[in-house]
Design a protein around this ligand. Structure first.
Ligand code: ATP
Ligand code: TPS
Ligand code: MG
Length: 319
């Protein structure tokens, strides 16, 4: 099979239960009695999702955080998790468990069980985690399919820090050490926002988290919802560290919009909800910004200072 896209396409014939959301969402959504269970599974693989030189505690943090990020995007509050551990060197594993404990406490997501295996000698290791959460009670679980013409497109936080953080962690980026450290921290310790996701759920139409890159993930909402989305490149929020290190020119903006690993929320909402969205974000101590608009039609377009900007060849990360 050619790759990730082809495999997921083929799996759709198997995953026909409505709870699977046609394998076109961040998580499965299962109604049980009066409650909604939200389920997601993400894996981190050495040299693919993290560097062998990354501190073990940070690898565990990332494993927990990328899963919490999918729950957040569905407005779900973490309930618990199960994980699979590939045994390694004793010290490393001990540090991994310290990071796992710290992350599970931070996100209030108790560890409920899992599995332990040993990989063949020399094989890269991978860690999988299944996270369960409770979905919103008084509104639908936000999907990728509900963006509507006239909606505004929003993101939380800043975009592109983790992409540059990977370069910082690899030692290929130059700049003030405090900025490099801040960017590397974004790469190693993503900070998803489950409380913000839950509070936004009643106010949004479509919502997902940004894992593969802002542009590719926005294109996914446009395609799933059958709408056109226009992104204003200059409206995309960039951190001071990213601006200081890159200068913040359009090339750096495009790199930020396609790097991935952001684990921020991407959502669309009608303009009349803008004031409530800003108040909700303020209460959650989070920043949010309008970066574009939804129209009838299809596809993704990019605009810079009022002029159309050709889409880059690569919109985001692909396995
Ligand atoms: N091996 C698989 N078996 C069943 N479903 C799968 C498999 N791989 C992916 N999916 C499903 O495909 C959909 C898209 O997956 P994808 O991994 O792109 O989403 P995501 O989890 O939000 O992204 P990320 O992995 O970047 O966090 C999801 O519904 C996911 O459950
Ligand atoms: C060593 C190293 N190289 C590259 C990257 C970038 N990266 C890998 S997977 C992914 C998208 C999410 O993955 P998935 O869809 O599998 O959850 C991104 C942005 C990284 N994190 N570490
Ligand atoms: Mg996701």
């Amino acid at each position: 099979m050619a790759g990730e896209f082809a495999l997921i396409h083929a799996l759709r014939a198997i995953a026909t239960d409505p709870a699977a959301r046609a394998l076109a969402d961040d998580a499965a959504v299962l109604a049980i009695g009066g409650e909604t269970l939200v389920l997601t599974l993400d894996t981190v693989v050495e040299s693919v999702h993290y560097l062998a030189t990354d501190p073990a505690a940070d690898v565990a943090w990332k494993l927990v955080a990328v899963n919490v990020s999918d729950l957040s995007a569905k407005g779900a509050i973490p309930l618990g998790c199960l994980y699979s551990h590939a045994l390694g060197e004793e010290e490393w594993d001990r540090a991994f468990l310290e990071g796992l404990d710290e992350a599970c406490r931070h996100f209030a997501m108790p560890l409920l069980g899992g599995d332990t295996v040993r990989m063949p000698e020399g094989a890269p290791r991978s860690f999988s985690l299944t996270a369960l959460g409770t979905g919103p009670k008084d509104c639908a679980v936000p999907s990728r399919t509900a963006a509507k013409p006239r909606d505004q497109v929003w993101v939380s936080g800043t975009i592109g820090d983790a992409g540059l953080g990977l370069a910082a962690a690899l030692g290929t980026l130059t700049g003030p050490p405090e900025h490099l450290a801040a960017l590397a921290a974004h790469y190693r310790r993503p900070m998803p926002k489950p409380r913000l996701g839950a509070a936004l759920a009643p106010l949004v139409h479509a919502m997902m988290d940004i894992s593969d890159g802002l542009l590719v993930d926005t294109a996914r909402i446009a395609e799933s919802s059958g709408v056109a989305i226009r992104i204003e490149a200059e409206a995309v929020p960039l951190s001071l560290a990213l601006q200081a290190v890159t200068g913040g020119a359009i090339e750096a903006r495009i790199a930020a919009m396609t790097a991935g690993d952001d684990y921020e929320l991407l959502f669309t909402a009608p303009p009349e909800n803008a004031v409530s969205i800003r108040e909700t974000a303020e209460k959650a101590n989070c920043s949010v910004a309008v970066i574009g608009t939804v129209d009838a039609g299809g596809g993704l377009t990019l605009v810079h200072q009022g002029k159309p900007l050709p889409l880059p060849e690569r919109l985001g990360y692909q396995h």
